[in-house]
Design a protein around this ligand. Structure first.
Ligand SMILES: O=P(O)(O)OC[C@H]1O[C@H](O)[C@H](O)[C@@H](O)[C@@H]1O
Length: 296
């Protein structure tokens, strides 16, 4: 069976290879495992809660309608960090294709986390599409403003935790020359380094990275993940390193920071605003490619 489901999760298996699959939790519509031929591609904390008691630490949590903690918008500022999509149970809408196996999940205010919807009383409809290829995973989002009068203002971000072998042997390429906001230094500057390397906590929002730049995660010279973005101009790169990992109760093992890097395609530097009835869509494509130095 290429697509199976139970009360809490949906599993897609590729028809050409039993060991290629993706597992999606209905809570948050969170992809929490993606294997290509038995090899896990995403990092998932051993302490992650998969019971709907809190957002999943690992996989691909969905960030909407706000990235981080907003302080100045009347309604968005009332929401917790990263919004309400990752803490709501989505509706499984079913299969849209058998090969490549593709499914959809939906979220609107009528089923979203009740307490959070009260804080942000907006009309919206989200449809997430997950497509499993032999060597790729595509997650697409469509946001519709279902109000007939009010604009809808939001951020979107795929908070993707990629698995790596050793963070100190890892670099993230093709962001050179982009402006970034360093969330630790609280400063903006132009990244002039040939690649992003990791020796301490790192938390950067790269802004307006051209759409044709592929972001690659490179392990000792070999690209292990390639990230293509559509309509997602910003990219957050994050590794919590030692102290921050210690402070996260659901981050296990504490040495797990060595085996992950978050590369998070999003639209977070500015808000997207949809007028009544308008739609917006975007996707993240994770796949395998040869080394492509587009900028040095
Ligand atoms: O702990 P969470 O709310 O899941 O956030 C995890 C991380 O998300 C993003 O990557 C932010 O840039 C980080 O500042 C934040 O720590």
């Amino acid at each position: 069976m290429p697509i199976t489901q139970n009360d809490t999760e949906v599993i897609l298996t590729h028809p050409d290879n039993d060991a290629t699959n993706v597992k999606i939790l209905k809570y948050g519509a969170t992809v929490f495992s993606w294997q290509i031929n038995g090899q896990e591609q995403l990092w998932l904390s051993q302490g992650a809660k998969l019971d709907g008691s809190k957002p999943v630490r690992g996989g691909i949590p969905l960030v909407f309608p706000v990235f981080g903690k907003n302080t100045d918008d009347e309604y968005l500022s009332k929401l917790p960090q990263h919004g309400l999509a990752r803490n709501s149970t989505w509706e499984f809408l079913g299969q849209v294709s058998a090969n490549p196996p593709t499914v959809q999940f939906g979220l609107g205010p009528e089923i979203a986390n009740e307490d959070l919807v009260k804080l942000w009383p907006m009309d919206f409809s989200l449809v997430l599409t997950v497509e499993l290829g032999p060597e790729h995973l595509k997650t697409s989002i469509e946001v519709e403003n279902t109000s007939s009068t009010q604009p809808l203002k939001f951020n979107w971000l795929f908070h993707t935790y990629l698995k790596v072998n050793d963070i100190e042997d890892t670099l993230v390429s093709n962001l050179t020359g982009s402006k970034l906001y360093d969330q630790l230094l609280k400063e903006s500057y132009l990244d002039k380094q040939p690649a992003v390397t990791f020796h301490e906590e790192l938390d950067r929002i790269y802004q307006n990275v051209e759409g044709d730049r592929l972001i690659q995660v490179v392990d000792k010279g070999t690209p292990i993940h390639t990230v293509k973005r559509h309509n997602l101009p910003d990219a957050v790169v994050w590794n919590p390193w030692i102290e921050k990992s210690k402070g996260m109760g659901d981050f296990e093992p504490k040495s797990g920071y060595k085996e992950m890097v978050c590369v998070e395609p999003g639209h977070v530097h500015n808000f997207i605003t949809l007028n009544a009835g308008e739609k917006w869509d975007a996707y993240q494509l994770l796949y395998k490619d040869e080394l492509k130095y587009q900028v040095v």
